[in-house]
Design a protein around this ligand. Structure first.
Ligand code: UDX
Length: 438
């Protein structure tokens, strides 16, 4: 099949490369000339494990193409995916749909023959109706269907998530569009991934409901972890104890510094706004957002407490800046709020991240970025684990202990064992594991 992706960002690029790998002919379109030129040279603008090889092999096989010309990309395509950004609109938290609407107008002028237009970007309920209206207005004669096909991939595991999804959600009532979508995803049925057909509005809502539910699950275990610290419980055992109940499930029960990233913060806000607009407020999600915001500042206070109540004039080493491991993405990373609060309290920050430093430099100033975890620890009064990169799990902790001005470790991802840290002579604090351990 001939497929076009509008937007060569995270979702567009991963989806485009994976569809090409299924054997379809895919053209990725982006208005950003520098990005397209780089992709043509084989340079991938984001860090995602396996994506460079996947792009290279499909470019070589002449199944994956890049262009800045939307008209060229869309003509003759059987399916055109809209995978442009939907950032939070400044001021009100609603999703900004201007890129989606522009894409709809551009596609309308360029398409030839029956075309299925698919929204892959996370868009509020009713956006499909609006995209359909815009296209009909621009091209009253055109034959097309507008389908919602939300994407659930996680950064850092995007290719696996795309190729082995828990489910594929397709929102349309039109048989012709269902057939096109079924053919597109056919290779996945061999892996037994369920294809769920729903109405378009329902599909749009499923994406928001899924992300809001996961954000709620994380926030729930985070609050339980606070209680564990007060009553002397262990949150990892609580998570295991409740997670073995199939109705709850064991995933997304890792307590930490609060969720971040490009999806949860933006999508929870957008869902809240939509629900308020329709006079059906989702109060549980409103609470989740506010609890998660407060949590990041609470994590800074945890560091201050670990250093005896003040960080003024002290050096804090930070390990991990990205919102999670295996990405260079700093969007809404908890590290931003934590580091800013520590700086406001008078600390000097020395930070290391395996992939995120370039992005971090754009959002965090006055930070001394260093090349290794050991440099971050050298002479520091405290070492804070903010993101659980695998590389931090196997550090020479004895060496770290001997390098620090004070052997204080605040582990916001529970990657070390309290007994081992104590036996190495650290004053160690983590999340939800026993009474305040300092
Ligand atoms: C998420 C959804 O998982 C994905 O389905 C959707 O399409 C996009 O949003 P992503 O943002 O890439 O994906 O990352 P994810 O692995 O879900 O983590 C999000 C945040 O939650 C991170 O900050 C992570 O550290 C945090 N998290 C996750 C926890 O704190 N605890 C957990 O148990 C799981």
């Amino acid at each position: 099949m001939r497929v076009t992706m509008i937007g060569a960002g995270y979702v567009g690029l991963v989806s485009g490369a994976c569809f090409a790998d299924f054997g379809h002919t895919v053209t990725c379109v982006d208005t950003h000339e520098g990005k397209i030129a780089a992709l043509k040279r084989g340079e991938i603008p984001i860090f995602e494990p396996g994506l460079d090889d996947l792009v290279a092999s499909n470019v070589k096989a002449e199944r994956l193409f890049f262009t800045t010309s939307l008209a060229e990309g869309v003509a003759d395509a059987e399916a055109v995916f809209i995978a442009v950004g939907t950032p939070s609109r400044r001021g009100d938290g609603h999703a900004d749909l201007s890129y989606v609407h522009q894409a709809a107008r551009d596609i309308a002028s360029a398409m030839t023959g029956y075309t299925v237009i698919v929204t892959k970007s996370t868009v509020p309920v009713g956006t499909g109706d609006e995209v359909e209206r815009i296209i009909r207005e621009t091209r009253p004669d055109a034959e097309f269907s507008v389908v919602s096909n939300p994407e659930f991939l996680r950064e850092g595991a995007a290719i696996i998530d795309f190729k082995r999804p828990d489910r594929i959600v397709v929102g349309t009532d039109e048989e012709r569009a269902k057939e096109v979508m079924t053919n597109l995803y056919r290779p996945l049925f061999l892996n037994q991934s369920p294809l769920l057909f729903t109405s378009r509005r329902t599909a749009e809502l499923i994406k928001y409901a899924a992300n809001a539910f996961l954000a709620t699950k994380i926030t729930f275990i985070n609050e339980i972890s606070d209680l564990c610290e007060k009553v002397g419980g262990n949150v990892q055992d609580v998570a295991r104890g409740i997670g073995l109940d199939n109705r709850i499930g064991s995933k997304f029960l890792h307590a930490g510094p609060g969720y971040g990233g490009s999806c949860f913060p933006k999508d929870t806000l957008a869902l809240i706004k939509t629900a308020q607009d329709y006079d059906a407020p989702i109060r549980i999600v409103e609470t989740v957002v506010s609890v998660n915001d407060q949590r990041k500042r609470a994590m800074a206070r945890k560091v201050i407490t670990a250093l005896g109540g003040s960080v003024r004039g002290k050096t804090v080493g930070v390990l991990g800046l990205t919102f999670k491991p295996n990405t260079d993405d700093m969007r809404d990373a908890p590290s931003i709020a934590i580091i800013t609060a520590l700086q406001d309290a008078g600390a000097t920050i020395r930070a290391h991240d395996p992939e995120g430093v370039e992005q971090a430099k754009m959002v965090l100033s006055n930070v001394d970025y260093v090349d290794s975890p050991y440099q971050a620890a050298d002479g520091a009064d405290a070492l804070v684990i903010v993101t659980e990169w695998d590389a931090f799990r196997a550090l020479d902790l004895k060496r770290i202990q001997s390098m620090m001005a004070q052997p204080v470790v605040v582990d916001l991802r529970n990657i070390y064992r309290p007994e081992e840290m104590a036996s190495l002579g650290f004053r160690y604090s983590s999340v939800g594991r026993g009474l305040a351990d300092l």
